[in-house]
Design a protein around this ligand. Structure first.
Ligand code: ZN
Length: 134
């Protein structure tokens, strides 16, 4: 069963903790042992697993901006002006994370959270979750 989370973002760059939503979908899936594949369906967003701590989120935002600045002589900007967002998603992030599921629970470490990273908001975003038994 393919499940889905809607993530409405309000800022240009925003980190949204979707761990609780993913856990609820795992419970709905009736899979007790397997994996949860979480996949963002967009070219200017990414997923990561890390700590949801406000200082760290600030650091992530600053480092992403430093590594790939908004201003640049980007060819894609001839089309829609968001080349930096695509580059950040492609070169710095992944479209998916995979988390083992045991006894119906995501087996994340104590400080690990599933973070959805908006790079070109605000928009309504769609994240797919596939829970497979194995
Ligand atoms: Zn674009």
């Amino acid at each position: 069963m393919l499940l889905e989370i809607t993530v409405p973002t309000e800022e240009r760059f925003q980190v949204v903790d979707i761990t609780d939503e993913v856990q609820h979908l795992v419970w709905r899936s009736d899979v007790t042992h397997g994996v949860a594949v979480v996949f963002t369906t967009h070219t200017t967003t990414g997923l990561a697993i890390n700590e949801n701590e406000s200082g760290l989120i600030e650091d992530i935002r600053a480092k992403i901006k430093e590594l790939i600045p908004e201003e640049g002589n980007y060819a894609h900007n001839r089309l829609d002006g968001n080349a930096h967002s695509h580059l950040r998603a492609t070169l710095l992030l992944n479209p998916e994370v995979v988390v083992p599921v045991e006894d119906g629970e995501l087996t994340l470490g104590a400080w690990q959270r599933i973070l959805f990273i908006e790079l070109d908001g605000p928009r309504h975003r769609r994240v797919l979750v596939k829970v497979c038994g194995c």
